[in-house]
Design a protein around this ligand. Structure first.
Ligand SMILES: Nc1ncnc2c1ncn2[C@@H]1O[C@H](COP(=O)(O)OP(=O)(O)OP(=O)(O)O)[C@@H](O)[C@H]1O
Ligand SMILES: [Mg+2]
Length: 175
């Protein structure tokens, strides 16, 4: 049985997003059912709650849409944002996942939101290609092993990747 207040909240999600993110109704209509299924727990066992890849030009509202739905559904403190322009070297993987028994930023933030929230990988096109490989793994697996050896279940986390497309960016991924 779905809690009545959750049902009302989910019903008003599309309106909330359309009021804050202007001119993106088509995108919002695509995203809303994915978010609703995630909140209702309608996802395959062992799979992430939901994955969103937001592609678009700079300033289109890709990051902001994540801010708005996270704030509305979970509370703004549940957003874990990684600025991927800070992960341009192969070593930056260690900062994310930890290394030599130390916990990286992923594990620390995961604990901060008690394993439930939105993981936003902002401007993912700027990350090193090894970091991008890791994201492909993150998108399909619901369990991640950190550098400390601890495994975390991330089935309660929604992942969003903000990918800016410009010709220069697309050329980087052509091969
Ligand atoms: N469709 C929109 N409706 C209302 N505000 C918007 C919209 N698009 C962008 N904005 C505002 O413009 C600013 C930049 O938007 P945002 O950071 O979400 O862009 P972005 O698509 O993530 O860009 P980038 O590719 O540079 O990361 C924010 O303050 C946001 O609130
Ligand atoms: Mg952005």
């Amino acid at each position: 049985m779905i809690d009545a207040s959750l049902r009302e909240k989910l019903k008003a999600l599309e309106k909330c997003l359309c009021e804050s993110i202007l001119g993106q109704e088509e995108v919002i209509r695509e995203i809303v059912p994915i978010l609703i299924n995630g909140e209702l727990g309608i996802n395959s066992e062992g799979k992430p709650k939901a994955n969103l890849l937001l592609l678009g030009p700079p300033g289109a509202g890709k990051t902001d849409i994540c801010n708005v739905f996270t704030d509305y559904l979970l509370g703004s403190e549940k957003l874990i944002r990684f600025d991927m322009s800070e992960y341009q070297t192969v070593e930056s993987i260690y900062r994310l996942l930890g290394h030599n028994g130390e916990e990286g930023l992923f594990g620390l933030n995961y604990d901060r939101v008690d394993g439930a929230g939105t993981l936003l990988f902002d401007e993912i096109e700027k990350a090193h290609e090894r970091v991008l490989d890791l994201f492909l793994q993150l998108l399909s697996a619901a369990r991640i092993t950190l550098g400390s050896g601890r495994g975390v279940e991330s089935g309660g986390v929604l992942r969003c990747c903000d990918f800016e497309y410009r010709l220069a960016v697309i050329n980087r991924f052509k091969d």
